[in-house]
Design a protein around this ligand. Structure first.
Ligand code: SF4
Length: 329
């Protein structure tokens, strides 16, 4: 039996492993009990793997020189050090020299995503507190391991467990994980322009729901694929595809896509059925009902009318139904 569940890296403390500095953990019930049913976890604790052990002294990010930055910008990671809280010992080199080769290993491990522990000076993805000798810390850093991981795998879907508490961010992350798995599988094999066209066609409505601009631009890129050098095309398509999916599919965009879908079979159903569907689409656009409501009726019509193009769209079922992610967006 083959296991085609996506492999997802995860900060090991989120799975309940007692790897935190105080020998505790930060078990996350959604990740362990719900999402965990559908993925294969690859746990990583950078501080343990770098040899710090438990219990250990807690650490913090510290500015090594003053920095001017725009509002909302992160600090330059080359001017940040990782220090032990009490002793003040600089352990930057130890964690960086572990993280770079570990990120290289993870790049070869066939991951389709990574869930990081928020606020950690090693694992945090964003808004990690950076202390400065002059004043209170600012939330403008990224953990050192997260930095190495995201630099090595820039297209990989990465999220923090804290942000996954937001239903839209959660739905977006899980959708990206499964899309990334398909994308990597496409380009890992002996791909042809025909196989890229088939992949792109199946994801058209997904792209439209996330970014109408990217939908048009990627369509043009695929149309010109034969004129492009293969490696360059593959790299650019993957980067732009994943960037497009990182934009949140808002109710307004979902409504536009659903109306677009209705156009494929509008003349094949009666006025009452059409009005019922349009009403639910509008209610979703206005925020009165979750996406699952118009989507369920849409799927019913698509199946009944056997609209081949729509039946082939990943948009209809982008992630396992049991996760019920569209019940909350
Ligand atoms: S946040 Fe990262 S480094 Fe800290 S305990 Fe969890 S996995 Fe280990």
């Amino acid at each position: 039996m083959t296991d085609d569940r996506p492999r997802i890296g995860i900060s090991a403390c989120l799975l309940g492993q007692p790897v935190r500095f105080d020998t505790g953990h930060k078990r996350d019930p959604f990740l362990v009990e719900t999402f965990g049913e559908h993925v294969e976890w690859v746990p990583v604790c950078p501080e343990m793997e770098a040899g710090f052990g438990t219990p250990r002294e807690s650490m913090r990010l510290v500015l090594t020189e003053p920095q001017v930055r725009e509002r909302g910008e992160r600090y330059d990671p080359s001017k940040i050090a990782l220090r032990l809280n009490k002793q003040g010992t600089d352990v930057t080199e130890r964690l960086v020299s572990y993280s770079k080769p570990r990120a290289e290993e993870l790049a070869a491990a066939g991951l389709s995503g990574f869930v990081l522990k928020k606020d950690s000076p090693s694992c945090g993805m964003e808004r990690v507190k950076v202390y400065s000798p002059e004043g209170p810390g600012e939330r403008a850093g990224r953990g050192l391991f997260a930095e190495a991981l995201m630099a090595r795998l820039p297209n990989l879907p990465v999220e923090e467990e804290g942000r996954l508490g937001d239903p839209r961010l959660r739905e977006n992350f899980v959708e990206r994980v499964f899309a990334y798995q398909r994308l990597v599988a496409l380009f890992a094999g002996r791909w042809t322009v025909g196989s890229v066209v088939a992949f792109h066609t199946a994801h058209k409505l997904t792209l439209m729901a996330h970014s109408p601009v990217a939908y048009r631009e990627l369509g043009q890129m695929v149309a010109d694929a034969k004129q492009r050098e293969r490696g360059e095309f593959a790299g650019e398509y993957q980067a732009r595809f994943m960037k497009a999916l990182a934009a949140i599919a808002t109710p307004k965009r979902q409504a536009n896509v659903l109306q677009h879908m209705l156009g494929y079979f509008s003349n094949d159903i009666d006025q009452d059925a059409r009005n019922e569907l349009l009403q639910l689409i509008e209610e979703h656009r206005l925020g009165s009902v979750p996406l699952v409501v118009p989507m369920t009726l849409m799927k019913h019509h698509v199946r009944r009318q056997q609209v081949t193009y729509l039946l082939g769209q990943t948009y209809l079922d982008p992630h396992p139904r049991e996760l019920s992610l569209r019940n909350h967006v």
